[in-house]
Design a protein around this ligand. Structure first.
Ligand code: GLU
Ligand code: MG
Length: 441
């Protein structure tokens, strides 16, 4: 008599659900369980001191969170996503969680709550909603040989990974838009459709982890590090966003004003430009972020608003008016300073909070830089971004508005992590610094 079960097929695996948060170092972390055991009210334990784990993977000393205390990972069911179709990997459901105290109240240092509260404020205080999307650049650091920018051959060299990525994202409901070979050596870019702010940041996290998973599954290595080796093209994380009223009508467009920006959008932009230097510690949080944030890199070294200018911290994006298409609903901003070290919830939460500060103070539209940047002449006076991580941390501390957005314990933890990271990385050569972050990100 034949034994039950087949010998030639793999045993059926129980599908797992990963209950995830993304930490101060923008790494996705969490705990898993059998999907079949997961209930709508399930929550899992978490440890406050985990916040003290920086990019280099250890808990630093002298942070406010110690060996005591407990939190819960409280899943947000609307974020539930099933990832399927990665060769050699079983399907996985991921759900993002807010970090709450054991009585269910929001934890003071939860990065996802930081964004959600900003979204609520934007709606309740200003009647504004926003749709956003994150654009990611990364490098296939395992690829050999030439890479011609934007070429079909570079695109084909990444197959079947590119097609796999687009299919997995699509099936997971993450609405991929474009997949392209970029300018840098073995550099690629993946974009997804805009959605509401929290879901957009959740998407950003999933995109990175799906890219890693696909590359690893194919024995290749992807890195989103801001600069993978000295002299190489940078990898940016660009955040696109618009501002709408409660009915989804644009609040950005005004054909009569400079840059076609409404007064409201101008104030919003002014808040971001003004607080840009102080936010750098969190949007460009790695020692090597500042190799990328330099002139002529199509990233940015100055905090300014630019019309279709890729060196602007905040860019007014072009509109497609082919065949008489209406530009009004299309006009939106792109925040270009950020990189992979930034936690997407915190990054977007800061952009919205800075914009709201501009609205509260009724700031005037900042100067809109048109044409090429002229740092030796016309544009010499534009505010500088910090030149390194240490200066960025000092600038953050001096800006009471930006530092006031965070709990004192979060700020103290962040500073301790980043000063420790800067000291340990700075002792190495630039090539080694790039190498360290390339392995982490
Ligand atoms: N690679 C550039 C960056 O570091 C951006 C290039 C682009 O405009 O796509 O942000
Ligand atoms: Mg790009």
């Amino acid at each position: 008599m034949l034994p039950t079960g087949s010998h030639d097929s793999a045993p059926e695996l129980d599908e797992l659900i990963f209950i995830a948060t993304t930490d101060i170092a923008a790494r996705t972390k969490g705990r898993s369980m059998r999907l079949a055991d997961f209930r709508d009210d399930t929550s899992l334990g978490w440890v406050p001191a985990n916040l003290g784990i920086g990019s280099l993977g250890h808990i630093v000393d002298d942070i406010p969170y110690g060996s005591t205390g407990d939190l819960r990972l409280k899943p947000d069911p609307s974020s539930r996503t099933r990832i399927d179709g990665i060769p050699g990997r079983p399907p996985l459901t991921i759900v993002f969680a807010d970090l709450v105290d054991t009585d269910g109240s929001a934890w003071e240092s939860c990065p996802r709550t930081f964004l959600r509260e900003a979204v609520d404020q934007l709606r309740d205080e200003f009647g504004i909603t926003t749709r956003c999307s994150f654009e990611h650049e990364f490098m296939d650091v395992s690829a050999q040989g030439d890479h011609h920018p934007f070429s079909l051959q570079a695109f084909r060299n990444a197959e079947p990974l590119g097609s796999t990525l687009m299919s997995v994202l699509h099936r997971a409901g993450l609405e991929p838009e474009t997949w392209l070979p970029e300018y840098g050596r073995h550099q690629y870019e993946i974009t997804v459709a805009p959605t509401d702010a929290v879901a957009a940041a959740d998407r950003a996290i999933l995109v990175r982890d799906i890219v890693y998973d696909i590359f690893t599954a194919h024995g290749r290595e992807a890195s989103f590090a801001p600069v993978v080796a000295p002299g190489e093209t940078g990898n940016g994380v660009h955040v696109h966003f618009g501002l709408d009223d409660a009915d989804g009508r644009t609040l950005v467009f005004d054909a009569e004003r400079p840059g076609r920006l409404s007064e409201l959008a101008g104030s919003f932009a002014a808040g971001i430009v003004r607080h840009g230097p102080a936010m750098a510690a969190l949007f460009a949080p790695l020692a090597t972020s500042y190799l990328r944030l330099a002139p002529h890199n199509w990233s940015t070294a100055r905090a300014f608003l630019g019309l279709q200018n890729r060196e602007a911290l905040l860019r007014i994006c072009p509109t497609n008016e082919i065949d008489g298409r209406d530009p009004s609903g299309q006009l939106h901003f792109e925040f270009r300073g950020s990189d992979i070290g930034a936690n997407p919830w915190i990054l977007l939460g800061m952009i919205l909070r800075a914009g709201m500060q501009g609205l509260r103070e009724g700031l005037a539209t900042p100067e809109i830089v048109e044409g090429e940047l002229d740092l030796d002449g016309r544009d010499a006076g534009l505010a500088r971004l910090p030149r390194d991580l240490e200066e960025a941390l000092d600038t953050l501390k001096r800006d009471e508005i930006v530092s006031g957005w965070f709990s004192p314990a979060f700020l103290a933890t962040y500073e301790a992590i980043k000063r420790d990271e800067f000291a340990s990385v700075q002792a190495r050569s630039l090539a080694e610094q790039c190498e360290v972050y390339t392995r982490v990100y």
